[in-house]
Each structure stands twice: as C-alpha cells, then as structure tokens.
Design a protein around this ligand. Structure first.
Ligand code: HEM
Length: 116
C-alpha cells in the first residue's frame, strides 16, 4: 500500500515536472505547488518503506535516498530557471535523466514489488 502510494506519487511528480518545464509560458506556480506537495508525500511515505528496505540492502537504500533528494534539488533549480526564462533543452534532459536514474534505483531496491 505504501509502495503503491510512492509509485503513483513518483509518476505524478514526473508528469507535473515535465508539463511545467515544457510549458510555453513561465506561469508555472500551480505546478510548483503540486510538485512540493508530492515531495512531502514521497518523503513521508519513503521513510515508511525505508525501514524494511534498509534491512534488506543498506548501501542501495542510502544511494536511493541520496539520489532522490538530489533529484528534488535538481527539480527546484529547474523550476527557478524556467521562471527566469533560463531553461534550455539540455536542462530538461538532465531532469528527465535524473528521474530515470531514481526510478531505476527505486525498482532495483523494491525488487519488482508491488508488481511481483
Ligand atoms: C523525487 C523523489 C522520489 C522519486 C521519484 C522516487 C521514486 C521511486 C520509485 C519509482 C520506486 C520504485 C517503486 C516500485 O517499485 O513500485 C521507489 C522506491 C523506493 N523509494 Fe523512492 N522516490 C523518491 C523519493 C524517496 C525518498 C525521499 C525516500 C526516503 C525517504 C525514498 C525511499 C524509497 C524506498 C525505501 C524504496 C524501495 C521500497 C521497497 O524496497 O519496497 N524515495 N522510489
């Protein structure tokens, strides 16, 4: 149940961030607020699923959390760039790539759950 919430929030966050960064104008405040609500959900929910994950694989759990927090930082920097009209396609790809890395680490850590 907590893993489903984490997964759904992760997919929603990806969609919200990509919509915001590829929007034609830079009025993205509603997207920024939604993304921040999703971070809170993911951090609280992430802490809950972290306890069993740590006992299974300590190094991967640490790497996953560090990269996830790094991703949140990157997203915030990209929102700021977008609002100042300084975003370019390289930065959008960097954000997408960081999402891919965190998703891969998350799926590795969860070992196929909640699907298997
Ligand atoms: C931007 C933020 C984040 C994204 C995009 C993200 C994404 C993901 C994804 C896609 C998975 C795999 C879920 C699945 O297999 O169904 C996952 C797993 C996991 N995430 Fe995150 N996550 C984020 C933040 C966090 C944070 C802040 C924590 C810890 C405080 C955390 C802890 C975990 C843990 C422990 C797992 C593995 C759960 C298990 O082993 O069952 N995540 N994450």
């Amino acid at each position: 149940m907590y893993l489903w919430i984490h997964l759904i929030a992760a997919v929603l966050l990806l969609l919200v961030v990509m919509f915001a960064l590829t929007k034609k104008d830079n009025h993205i405040t509603p997207y920024v607020i939604t993304a921040r609500i999703l971070y809170v959900v993911m951090i609280l929910d992430g802490l809950k699923i972290l306890i069993p994950a740590i006992s299974r694989n300590i190094p991967l759990s640490i790497v996953k959390v560090v990269f996830a927090i790094g991703l949140i930082g990157i997203i915030e920097m990209m929102f700021a760039s977008k609002m100042k009209n300084q975003l370019n396609s390289k930065k959008v790809w960097l954000t997408l790539g960081s999402f891919v890395v965190v998703f891969i680490l998350g799926f590795m850590l969860a070992q196929g759950r909640p699907f298997i």
